[in-house]
Ligand binder design. Sequence first.
Ligand code: RFL
Ligand code: PHB
Length: 389
Amino acid sequence: MQTQVAIIGAGPAGLLLSHLLHLNGIESVVLESRSRAEIEATIRAGVLEQGTMDILNQSGVGARMQREGVVHHGIELAFGGRRHRIDLTELTGRSITVYAQNEVIKDLVAARLAVDGKILFEVSDVSLHDLQGKTPSVRYTQLGEPAVLQADFVIGCDGFHGVSRPAIPENPRQDFQRSYPFGWFGILVEAPPSSDELIYAQHQRGFVLVSTRSPTVQRLYFQCDPKDDVDNWSDDRIWSELNTRLACSDGWALKEGRIFQKNIIGMRSFVSTPMQYGRLFLAGDAAHIVPPTGAKGLNLAVSDVRLLASGFEQFYRDGRQDLLAGYTEAALKRVWRAEHFSWWMTSMLHNFADASPFQQQLQRAELDYVVASRAAATALAENYVGMQF
Ligand code: RFL
Ligand code: PHB
């Protein structure tokens, strides 16, 4: 089989890239190791930056997001028993939308399949070849049969654990990383929203995030030991822990309901450079990871793909490669900004077991400053809604 652009991974990065290429008349094939049902059911991100919404709307896949997503104009920071609002729209003129990643995935899969776009699900043994030549290829197995896909370019959109990044040799590759001594325990709850806006709460027992999915389903996370087991957490223990950490002097309280999903998520910061090696380009989590505290991962995947789509449009229209050649540098500018922001939010809001009393006081001073100073609140807000580059 032959195509112009071979894309590995049908996450937000791979699917959106395939869709944007199609709009520019460029052919692609997406190879995905999981089934359609699995990718459409995987619960991950919830917060879309304005720039992410704009590209989904402009490219014609935003209709359901506009109907079902909820625009938020602020977030709350809770600490010391009080809640403080950061007015994103007043501070930046922009907002965010809460719309689940798996809904974005459904919309993109539907858009690709509606125009006979090729997504090959449940492929295995994917390997990359001849990346330095003009005709790279991808070998894989589907339904027990080995196959080869030849292309002009290969794009690794296969997430942190994929095969694309390791296809770049150790020289020139350089990885930067930091892991955190905690994870997030995530739950899905059948209940009405407890708050109109997301609440990021700092407490000496650990961080809590109150997020939402729909008028009837809520998403909550609390800081936990990354090696803990969901079976150690009965529903009663979860509600008791959440209520302790979220206790507020203004009478606000969490709305409880049936918990129907529990999972534990590890946290890391990671950047791999370069994001291009010959005719291989990496996009999204394949090249970089952020802890979810800043809600940046999916949005970074989308901004990588926007750069790549422009680069391929230029290449196939004018035969010029300057945008593609500048991809690593352009993408990493935004990536490192988001890495810093995500690390900063994580550091400010989580409980570090080894923090000295001095560091704890600094953490509190920083929170006090962010909610008291318009300049500091604006710094948070402009990063949260997405820096414009
Ligand atoms: P994905 O989504 O991991 O997709 C990669 C796809 O590649 C497939 N794959 C392979 N296919 C073929 N061959 C192989 N060898 C393959 N290996 C892997 C996988 O099956 C998968 O389908 O990467 P992508 O597209 O780069 O997208 C990145 C985002 O998914 C990720 O950054 C976000 O989910 C991060 N994130 C958040 N981002 C936000 O912008 N806002 C948020 O509010 C937000 N919240 C979150 C998050 C991530 C979380 N978790 C679970 C880590 C909340 C959580 C809890
Ligand atoms: C989510 O709703 O899953 C979510 C929201 C904000 C974050 C991370 C995750 O910072």
